[in-house]
Design a protein around this ligand. Structure first.
Ligand SMILES: *Cc1c(COP(=O)(O)O)cnc(C)c1O
Length: 377
């Protein structure tokens, strides 16, 4: 089955009980048993048919054994971290999502889980960080906001050699363009709030395990800690996923048009996009993903100019988040990355005049004209 077909016919694509082509929202917390212990579903934290349909769907489209749906991306990430114990050490990409950084350094540190943040685009740096207590490598690729690319296959080989669990946050590329399990990942994570939902109307997280055994472990955590996604949001997410392919194709083509314009504009300095041949991660990304996505960052002269640009656009909405039908624009150093000290930001390459866009599904010409005129104002 090809990807676009799988997005529609993967998982449980019609309701086995009624034949409904759209899986019903089973708004039920508990289920009648035909005699003690004789049931398909017991209690909806443990399993709910609507959530299960979504979980089977994401497992299918990521090419994994088991899928799990959570109340947010952070709940999915936190559930996965619960697989580890006090004294364990994890290696994370140095510019992981801010929420992942926060939960590791302000919450899980209190439970004795140690972390190192390293530039995972540098394989020697990854190897150098492995200690006897190291249990996992957690990467995000491409990253936010500089779209740094980690070689999934190469890091997977390092993880295998040292018997480490390899976890990939695949939010930016989506399972339409990139399937980390096929490249050696053990667990794939998504903030489904972004491209998978795709319409700025649901907060959700997904996790997929490569093996049934890991799936059992993660189901135990999901059921024990309870951060599940409700049936209504599970349904909304399934509806979003059906059109993921066509959205990603269109977003990619809109992004191409915008990049061409940005390259011509005098006000624009650097452009960060893995689709550009001079992007340091271009070749690796091309080898592991089918598309480059709709996230682009670029620099303008300074913070003041960045503020001007985001004020003067009409069709780009000034907001955090990404991956929806609406094009969004933000200034990471003033918004998502404001809590990082300026010196550290500059070290990471996040300049004061950095602008980030999440390209949506509006007409390409409108988007190009809009951003161009905002840059020229
Ligand atoms: C948004 C995001 C998260 C967190 O997801 P929520 O659904 O907001 O909890 C994790 N990783 C990445 C890459 C994200 O963009």
């Amino acid at each position: 089955m090809k990807k676009k077909t799988q997005l529609i016919h993967g998982g449980i694509s019609s309701d086995p009980y009624t034949g409904a082509v759209s899986i019903p929202i089973y708004q039920s917390s508990t289920f009648k048993q035909d005699g003690v212990g004789n049931f398909t579903y017991e209690y909806a934290r443990t399993g709910n048919p609507t959530r299960e349909a979504l979980e089977k769907l994401i497992a299918d489209i990521e090419g994994g054994a088991r899928g799990f749906a959570f109340g947010s991306g952070m709940a999915a990430i936190s559930a996965v971290v619960h697989l580890f114990s006090s004294g364990d050490h994890l290696i994370l990409t140095d510019d992981v999502y801010g929420g992942s950084f926060r939960v590791m350094t302000k919450v899980f540190n209190r439970f004795g889980i140690e972390v190192s943040f390293v530039d995972t685009t540098d394989l020697d740096a990854v190897k150098a960080e492995i200690r006897p207590e190291t249990k996992a490598i957690f990467v995000e690729t491409p990253t936010n906001p500089l779209l740094k690319v980690t070689d999934i296959k190469a890091v997977s080989a390092i993880a295998k050699e040292h018997h480490l669990l390899f976890i990939v946050d695949n939010t930016f590329s989506t399972p339409y363009w990139q399937n980390p399990i096929a490249l050696g990942a053990d667990i794939v994570l998504h903030s489904a709030t972004k491209y998978l939902g795709g319409h700025s109307d649901v907060v959700a997280g997904l996790a997929v395990t490569a093996t049934e055994k890991l799936g059992e472990d993660l189901h135990f955590i999901q059921n024990s800690t309870g951060g599940i996604l409700g049936p209504q949001d599970s349904w909304i997410l399934m509806r979003g996923i059906k059109t993921l392919g066509i959205r990603m194709e269109e977003i990619e083509s809109n992004t191409k048009a915008i990049i061409e314009m940005l390259q011509e504009e005098e006000a624009v300095g650097k452009i960060f996009y893995p689709g550009l041949a001079d992007h340091p991660g271009h070749e690796v990304h091309q080898s592991q993903a089918g598309g480059f996505g709709g996230m682009v960052s670029f620099t303008v002269e300074n913070e003041e100019k960045a503020r001007e640009v985001v004020k003067n656009v009409r069709y780009f909405t000034l907001a955090e988040s990404l991956g929806a039908v609406e094009s969004l624009i933000s200034v990471p150093p003033l918004m998502t990355h404001a809590s990082i000290p300026r010196e550290r930001r500059l070290e990471l390459g996040i300049e004061d005049g950095l602008v980030r866009i999440s390209v949506g599904l509006e007409d390409a010409e409108d988007l190009v004209d809009d951003l161009r005129s905002a840059l020229r104002k």
